[in-house]
Write a protein that binds this ligand. Structure first.
Ligand code: ZN
Ligand code: FE
Length: 255
């Protein structure tokens, strides 16, 4: 049976998301930005929390863990290289490890750069990816603990997922990301189409994610640093892709 998801806002602009396995009844929260909205979503759906899958150690992704664990006695899975910085961890994982939520099965992908030990979870049967603060729609996370080359390689791993993969990210930043992306690639038709789609979603008070990897590849400048057009646009024709990525990221930081 296909997985079910429920997406909602936490804190100011963090996404909370629940992943439910109808076969076993298991339910995972991907990250725990804030306990109350996660509890509300569980209640609304009539789901019982069995697991929390953590992408990285930042407080806006972990501060709800304690209260949720106390209430639900759920298992907490976290990135191996950041486990010391996250409270209440039961299981630590890294690249290639399998994490199950009931009968749903995910593969862990190391995606360092935003933080040094950041991981993503890919569920191949449902083609769902939970990418934390590595990839945003039309954007990517700030490179805080890693370097640009590391982050670019992480984005390449996510870009290599099947085109139909729907990804869930940590924040609702899409509108601001689109405004910036247009300064890099004003003539990108896929970006213009995504901008229209996002305007429609926002007008209807709907979230802008999940997006698909296939659509994102065509419109997100941070996934396009190896496209000669993007290199030219930032004055780095012929440079290695990670340097182009670094320049686009720098420009976004200053924007
Ligand atoms: Zn973060
Ligand atoms: Fe965050």
């Amino acid at each position: 049976m296909p997985a079910q998801t429920d997406l909602f806002l936490c804190l100011k602009d963090n996404f909370g998301v629940l992943l439910h396995d109808p076969q076993s009844g298991a339910t995972a929260a991907i990250d725990a930005p804030e306990a109350a909205p996660i509890e509300a979503a569980l209640q609304k759906n009539g789901w019982r929390l069995t697991d929390i899958l953590v992408t990285h150690h930042h407080a806006d992704h972990t501060q709800g863990i304690g209260a949720l664990k106390e209430h639900h006695h759920c298992r907490v899975v976290a990135p191996r290289d950041e486990a010391k910085r996250i409270a209440h961890v039961d299981e630590t994982v890294g690249e290639g490890d399998i994490v199950r939520v009931g009968s749903l099965e995910s593969r862990v992908i190391d995606t360092p750069g935003h933080t040094a030990g950041h991981i993503s979870y890919f569920f191949p049967a449902d083609k769902l990816a939970f990418v934390g603060d590595t990839l945003f729609s039309i954007g990517c996370g700030r490179v805080i603990e890693g370097n640009a080359e590391m982050m670019w390689n992480s984005l390449l791993k996510l870009r290599a997922l099947p085109d139909e993969t729907r990804f869930y990210c940590g924040h609702e930043y899409t509108e601001a990301n689109i405004r910036f992306a247009k300064t890099v690639e004003p003539g990108n038709k896929a970006l213009a189409a995504r901008a229209q789609e996002v305007a429609n979603l926002t007008a209807a008070h709907r979230f802008t994610i999940p997006a698909t990897i296939g659509a994102e590849k065509a419109a997100n400048p941070f996934l396009r640093a190896d496209d000669p057009e993007v290199a030219r646009a930032v004055g780095l024709a012929g440079s290695p892709a990670w340097k182009v990525f670094a320049e686009v990221r720098e420009r976004k930081n200053r924007s």
